[in-house]
Design a protein around this ligand. Structure first.
Ligand SMILES: [Zn+2]
Length: 367
């Protein structure tokens, strides 16, 4: 079955982001990407890197981050983003401590800042200047309206920041979403000052793809005309080896590495029984639609065109209010949860070099 694409054959032959082999030749499986279109995951014959190919066009990427991405009732994106607000607050508290050690003040950029929870909390705990960018029009609008943050709706590549503009860049769950990971990292390095830090969290591609492959195999055996549904719309599936090579070749040194979410990692990798079937399958073709891909270019924050904007913003505000608890905003509680979370966060030497985390966390420094 040939995935439906509107991409040119030039894109089809782009080299591997990791090893620069001429193309990713081996086709692994087809998936439904966020209910928007069918896409094919391919593998590089030389280094084993897996990625959706042909690459998405900028307009297709934008179509994936519609307003539904942040709606808790939608099947795609963050299903419980607001519910996790206090986790983001905790993360900001510990990040502020880290920033204090680097310098009393500085400039921080969060790429993929979503609704702005981390940045907003950071402004309460740190005097650093913070800024965010996100490709979702709704997210940038919400972060601006709700928290008055300095945000722009753009990709890093389109933002055209000056050289050495930031002292610290945060990229949580971002690299797996960008169109060209190598170019993205080179651009990150350009806007980071020499010696500046990049904190990057991205899924362990093997764990991320494990349940998808299992489901795809099951579906093929049952000969049903269904495809695995990728609600989180990841485009690249990195191993640690791939990432370390990419970082080094893009001019970063790795200061710290951690496996995080060990339990879910072991489940996804098949070492522990799967908790509950979370993956969904969707009929082939049914959710594919002809997209209007007339590309919208970057523009300042305005009210997004989608008529559901205000209703969704209000819904998220209600969800936030419902989740608020005084105890959970109390620093001793932060430490309690921090220690709990550390139990699921292991450096590689504990796992004897094997990587069982569902996610990887790197602290990188610009060489
Ligand atoms: Zn390769």
């Amino acid at each position: 079955m040939e995935p439906k694409t509107s991409r040119s054959s030039v894109e089809r032959d782009e080299p591997c982001d990791i090893c620069n082999a001429p193309s990713l030749t081996r086709s692994i499986l087809d998936v439904n990407l966020g209910g928007v279109f069918t896409a094919r995951i391919c593998e590089c014959d030389h280094c084993g890197f897996r990625q959706i190919r042909p690459r998405l066009s900028p307009a297709e990427l934008k179509a994936l981050y519609s307003i539904d991405y942040f709606d808790s009732d939608s099947a795609i994106g963050f299903s419980d983003y607001a519910r996790q607000q206090q986790r983001y607050e905790r993360e900001a508290y510990f990040l502020a401590k880290q920033l204090r050690k680097i310098a009393p003040r500085g400039r921080l950029l969060e790429v993929g800042c979503a609704l702005g929870f981390v940045l907003h909390s950071l402004t309460q705990y740190s005097p650093w200047d913070v800024m965010g960018i996100d490709v979702s029009e709704f997210a940038a609008y919400f972060a601006d309206q709700q928290f008055g943050l300095n945000v722009r709706c753009t990709t890093l590549e389109d933002a055209k920041f000056p050289d050495n503009a930031f002292d610290y860049i945060l990229q949580k769950d971002l690299l797996e979403h960008v169109r060209r990971p190598r170019d993205h990292l080179l651009e990150t390095r350009r806007v980071l000052r020499a010696g500046g830090y990049l904190r990057l969290i991205t899924p362990n591609g093997t764990a991320d793809l494990g349940p998808v492959r299992n489901l795809s195999n099951d579906l093929q055996r049952s000969s049903k005309d269904l495809l695995p549904f990728l609600g989180q719309v990841h485009l690249s599936f990195f191993t640690k080896r791939h990432l370390l090579r990419l970082f080094s070749e893009c001019g970063f040194e790795c200061v710290r590495f951690r496996n995080i979410h060990i339990k879910s990692g072991l489940r996804a990798l098949g070492y522990l029984p799967a908790k509950r079937k979370k993956m969904r399958a969707v009929p082939v073709g049914k959710l594919r639609n002809e997209l209007d891909l007339s590309s919208k270019t970057q523009r300042p924050i305005t009210v997004p065109d989608d008529p559901r904007t205000d209703a969704l913003a209000e819904k998220i505000r209600r969800e936030l209010a419902a989740q608020r608890s005084r105890l959970r905003s109390w620093p001793p509680y932060f430490y309690f949860r921090h220690i709990q979370e550390r139990m699921g966060t292991w450096p590689s030497f504990i796992t004897l070099g094997a990587d069982f985390g569902f996610d990887f966390e790197f602290l990188l420094r610009k060489r």
